[in-house]
Design a protein around this ligand. Structure first.
Ligand code: ATP
Length: 374
């Protein structure tokens, strides 16, 4: 399969970004600038255009303040053919199009991008719901069916909860049947995918220099074998609480480091390494599944103060066909660079030689001006 390459990104009214079209080449593109310049917003817009996904609470947040609609467009190239993915945002809705035809997020290529962010540490130290969301989002990308069944399962849970709140005990056997069927499929798929994800994450954590072994496992509130009995057994509790207490929507992805829960015992640095290992595992798993390397987006490599992790990030970027790396300083080794300021991105010379010449030129010009003043 041919890798997908982002040729250009255009945005209008997207967060603080000035209307722009940025062209990207292969290899590593660096985007550097001060805090608040719009670097994260740019990566967020790229990720949205590539995957249709965003994790903001309200879509309005993505629309520039004072505006009512925003637009993002990615021009992609794969094996010589071009395609256009567009996202329109407005009135709390997102509209996706591929080559002018309306599609749903699940119809977009599912392995096209991986985004590494400083806040990924929350995957380790944050609540189980964040790890579940990470796992579910990754598995939905590996399998469209997983995403569909998960959607059905979640709707069933909320309808069942409404029935529990209404004290509709008589209706429970119908809800239980639906829940067990969908939930069993989700648990089975999670277990299978986690075996490979775990192997890759363990390997990545070791490659990052950690001497403690990282292991991934599911902490399950029920199993396919006991699911139906668990629901019946906890009926009174569920009716009292008005909510479904067992099932994959309550399970946790447990990360252990050297045998201890990373969320509870790991240092901040160890936790950051685990988060990076999870992202590299995601990159590798998507590449295995779809036969091509995703476009890698790395937000704020300069926030990574540990030299080992910094090198790991830059090597990861250099190892994929296309990566976009942001930072408050210039990401080294990039074949193209943009300077970000107030939502605008200006291409800057990359080669050291060229940069040197520019500096010399500036110096000469200044000297000439100075001479004129003298
Ligand atoms: N909907 C919006 N409309 C206008 N501006 C917004 C909107 N959402 C966010 N911003 C602004 O965008 C600016 C840039 O944010 P962004 O996170 O992209 O900066 P950054 O360059 O990544 O900075 P840092 O280096 O601190 O991570 C922020 O100052 C923020 O207030």
């Amino acid at each position: 399969m041919n890798p997908v390459r982002l040729e250009s990104l255009s945005t209008l009214n997207y967060r603080n970004l000035a209307p722009c079209t940025l062209r990207f080449g292969g290899g590593v593109t660096g985007v550097y600038g001060e805090n608040g310049a719009g670097k994260t917003n740019l990566l967020e817009a790229i990720y949205l255009a590539l995957t249709g996904q965003t994790d903001v609470g309200r879509l309005e947040q993505l629309v520039q303040s004072g505006e009512s609609e925003a637009y993002v467009r990615a021009d992609l190239e794969s094996g010589g053919s071009l395609s256009v993915q567009e996202v329109g945002l407005g009135r709390g809705r997102r509209q996706l199009k591929v080559d002018g035809v309306r599609v749903r997020a699940g119809d977009l290529p599912r392995g096209s991008a991986v985004w590494i962010r400083p806040e990924d540490s929350e995957l380790v130290f944050g609540s189980p719901s964040l790890r579940r969301a990470y796992l579910d989002s990754l598995l939905s990308r590996l399998s469209a069916r997983y995403g569909q069944q998960l959607g059905r399962y979640e709707r069933t849970v909320s309808q069942r909860n409404a029935a529990l709140k209404g004290g509709e005990e008589w209706a429970m056997s119908v809800w239980d049947d639906a829940l067990v069927k969908l939930g069993t499929e989700i648990i089975t798929f999670r277990r299978r995918a986690l075996t490979r994800l775990g192997e890759l994450a363990t390997g990545a954590n070791a490659a990052l220099g950690s001497r403690k072994t990282l292991e991934l496992r599911l902490l399950e509130t029920t199993t396919p074998e006991t699911y139906a009995a668990d629901l019946t057994g906890r009926r009174a509790e569920e009716l009292a609480r008005g909510s479904t207490v067992s099932g994959p929507h309550r399970d946790d992805l447990v990360l252990t480091l050297g045998g201890f829960s990373a969320g509870e015992y790991a240092s901040r640095g160890e936790g950051r390494t685990v988060a990076l290992a999870l992202r590299r595992a995601e990159l590798e798993l998507l590449a295995e599944r779809f036969g091509e390397q995703p476009i890698l987006l790395i937000d704020d490599f300069s926030a990574e103060l540990d030299p080992g992790r910094r090198t790991f990030l830059l090597e990861l970027a250099a190892g994929v066909p296309q990566a976009i790396v942001t930072g408050t300083e210039r990401p080294p080794g990039a074949s193209a660079q943009f300077w970000a300021q107030s939502g605008r991105f200006t291409p800057v010379a990359v080669s050291e030689k060229k940069a040197e010449l520019e500096t010399e030129l500036e110096a000469t010009e200044l000297e000439t001006e100075l001479e004129e003043v003298r």
